[in-house]
Unconditional design. Sequence first.
Length: 450
Amino acid sequence: MALSSVWDSAAAAMRGSLILPDHDEFAAARRPWNLAVEQHPAAVASPADVDDLRVLLGAARDAGAVIAVQPSGHGAGGDLAGALLVRTAAFDGLALDLDAGIVRVGSGVRWGAVVQALEGTGWAAPAGTSPVVSVAGYTLGGGHSWFSRTAGLGSEALRAAWILRVDGTHERVDDDSDPETMWALRGAGGIAGIVTDLEIDLVRAPAIWGAALTFDASDSADVLRAVRDLASDAPVSLNVFTNSMRMPDAPQLPEAIRGRSFLTVQALSTNGPADDLLRGIRGAATVRQETAGPTSPATLAAAAAEPTDPTPGRGASAALTSLDDALIDELMRFREAPEQWPVMGIDIRMLGGALDAPRRPGFATLQGVGWLLHALVPVFPGAPPEPGDASMAGFRRVLDRALAPQTVPTFLGPGETLDKCGPVESIERLRAVRARLDPEGLLHEGRLPR
């Protein structure tokens, strides 16, 4: 059968849609969330149900194409040339069991919907900072959140998944029925099948308290040392993010932050006020602005001010074993150098706590890793990419001597593969799972090294 006939037949058999390159909507449909990443699939499908997914499996097999599932477009990083790109927005079920502390969600559900449904219940979702990220993409990629020191990675919260196998079988799997598949799902994405629903543990958080302390950029090194010193004694109920910002002198920015540099320490406690734990940080330098008090996951999501529409962006991430005085000084010198103007923000997340004692086995792990960093390099229309590329390379060089053996898959950049997230033995174990469950290679290999 001719390739065009394969796709036409599939489109006719589906309740959902199948968009081909000659359709007007294709250019928009193929784009990922990060518009700086180019991907050119053979077709883009929005299935309405499991039967549509079965049609797509057959069509991909007949067309000699692989299926790549990308629920909300986040995490794009692989070559999708010739692939059938699948969006799962129609899988939008959401059911809470607050007595058990569990939520079941469809693979098209975004975290914002779960966060809003939990507001005021005393439970929190193990969600990332952006409410528009899909639960499935985040969870199956590892997922680090505000609650990770308290409850571990998002992938550890995965209790069970409903998977469509390449033979058309749709089944629920958990650690009792298929432990190898569950191990792979916790970090390596959908290489074991097409995930349609997930069952996830919630985080018990009856008394969420937060604080944000802002300091002058000139005090950054002293404040970072205080944050570093807190890490050794911080209880698992305390989660800390530190952000170094250098705002451009852009007219569209508020006067209060336009052209300014500053450092903010954000703390989140799941066990009520934690002022005493922040005493050392407050004493490290003059606090220029402070907010503190009871908060909620919905408030945190709103305060994060993450983009709600697809935008171009770049960045570099690193996981560190340690953050000693010399490295802090070197990082802050790099931060303030005039030629590093492309780096708008450097996010530094304290790890440890529950992350050092994973409660469920999975490929993704930050066990033994001390810090997770990300440098944000915005993409401005018409601006040359070379300065940003140089800054990202410099950021990596500064941190190179303290790099941890692994990072978390959701922090990988475009083109980076899972060999940065686990040892050779774990990569081979993933290959074995894939070979057993998808011997014909019908599903995209995701970020497996080629």
